[in-house]
Write a protein that binds this ligand. Structure first.
Ligand code: UD1
Length: 419
């Protein structure tokens, strides 16, 4: 339910200057939290941002019978007391990543029951690839009355070929195979950095996974995993969002604790737009002095292509850039919900199917509504670049993936507050 604290008020046209630390990656942490189900010992995750999606995953762990202790950004989980194989439907309907629990619950308990997962409404998000991968491991699956019953008592290692390199399906199959005798191979696996991080996390508990980051991942079965303390990778989408914010407002911002390689597709495009960008192993410095130039064409693609999770923010940048840009969204069919809101701010955009044509111009303040996480971030960036005051409601979506975004932007000089 929407409350007053779900609104941001921005007075635009302030330059961003200064430095901020990038949060740890939500999309790395969600499967990692699910993977803690594979281990009986304490797991300590360092520097975990206080995000709604992470709170919801923790609630599922607790509902299954596990224990969590979250202090000073260090999250300790113990899942040895889990005695339930059914993800509560209400929690599952609130977060798509609940589906990540399926693989580890099956690996540990050989049986699981789930409902179709929920999450941001950015188009149909089927789980057929997750289920067909599990079938390749000899899991019997029955779908009835909205529930998915998975019987893994005859699970065995195998060869899994994904018809599409789905991030979630790759992660689920990796976790499901951890204890299977022999070797399991995933062909056409997704290559996202978060998958490499899941491999590194599982291996830090004694797992034997190789190949993550390439399209073939091999999982050698082990008997047991042990406790670990682990710091996940930084959030490439959060880093990209702050880079685009700087490009839209002008100024100079240093991002600390981030990895330029993970967002090199964006860095190239921002450089072509006229931004100066330097980096070293864990920092990115962006300087944006002039009005940005439009990017003639951008298409979202699986990693290392341009990420769908930065499409909305990049589209917001095009609304104030010089020229015309054509943006194609290849991953999710209804991921243009920010467009009607940007139109209220004076943006010149036409959409057809999965394509948006954006003519650069000027934005002015307006009352707009966030309908999903990244679309909400795009509206915040538009508000920073707009003349006058913008009020954005629906900020609960943004809180799913950005920790205290208004405080971080205000520390860089933005005039932004939550009401
Ligand atoms: C993950 C990210 C999400 C990002 C997306 C694509 C997390 C928690 N979320 O989501 O932020 O936008 O990757 O980079 O890591 N598909 C199927 N059948 C399936 C699974 C997926 O058809 O069984 C389709 C989806 O509908 C979508 C495409 O494959 O069109 C990509 O989905 P996928 O890679 O699975 O994304 P998620 O893991 O859901």
């Amino acid at each position: 339910m929407e409350t007053e604290t779900n609104k941001l008020i921005i007075n635009g046209k302030q330059k961003l200057e200064g430095k901020i630390k990038v949060d740890k990656a939500k999309n790395a942490l969600l499967p990692i939290i699910a993977a803690t189900i594979l281990c009986e010992d304490d797991i300590v995750l360092k520097n975990v941002p206080k995000l709604t999606d992470i709170k919801k995953m923790n609630e599922i762990i607790v509902a299954l019978g596990g224990k969590i202790n979250w202090t000073d950004n260090s999250l300790t989980l113990n899942t040895s007391t889990i005695n339930n194989y059914e993800i509560p439907p209400k929690l599952a309907s609130e977060i798509r990543s609940s589906i990540f629990m399926l693989g580890p619950i099956l690996a540990k308990h050989k049986y699981a029951r789930v409902v179709y997962p929920g999450g941001c409404d950015i188009g149909s998000r089927p789980i057929d690839l997750h289920l067909s991968g599990l079938k390749d491991l000899n899991v019997k699956i029955l779908e009835e009355h909205g529930f998915i019953y998975c019987d893994g008592k005859n699970m065995r290692n195998g060869l899994v070929h994904l018809d599409y390199p789905s991030v979630g399906a790759t992660e689920n199959i990796m976790m499901a195979s951890v204890f299977l005798r022999g070797e399991t191979t995933i062909f056409n696996a997704a290559k996202e950095p978060e998958i490499v991080d899941l491999q590194n996390f599982i291996n830090s508990m004694g797992g034997k996974i190789t190949g993550a980051g390439s399209s073939t991942i091999k999982i050698k079965g082990v008997k047991k995993l042990h406790g670990t303390t682990y710091t996940p990778i930084s959030d490439r989408i959060v880093a990209g969002t702050y880079l685009i914010a700087t490009a839209m407002t002008g100024g100079k911002v240093l991002l600390e604790d981030c990895n330029f390689e993970h967002i090199y597709s964006l860095i190239t495009k921002l450089r072509n737009s006229g931004c100066k960008i330097d980096y070293d192993s864990d920092k990115i410095l962006i300087e944006a002095k002039y009005k940005p130039l439009s990017c003639p064409s951008v298409e979202t693609q699986p990693y290392p292509g341009f990420p769908t999770d930065l499409q909305a923010q990049f589209l917001a940048l095009q609304t104030i850039s010089e020229g015309i840009s054509v943006i194609t969204e290849n991953m999710f069919e209804t991921r243009f919900k920010h467009v009607p809101e940007l139109l209220k701010m004076g943006a010149k955009i036409t959409t057809r199917d999965r394509m948006a044509i954006v003519r650069g111009g000027k934005l002015f303040g307006a009352n707009v509504v966030a309908h999903d996480l990244r679309g909400g971030a795009a509206l915040i960036l538009a508000g920073l670049a707009a003349k006058g005051q913008t009020t954005i409601s629906g900020i609960q979506y943004v809180d799913r993936g950005y920790e205290q975004i208004e405080i971080k932007l205000a520390s860089l000089g933005a005039d932004i507050k939550r009401e």
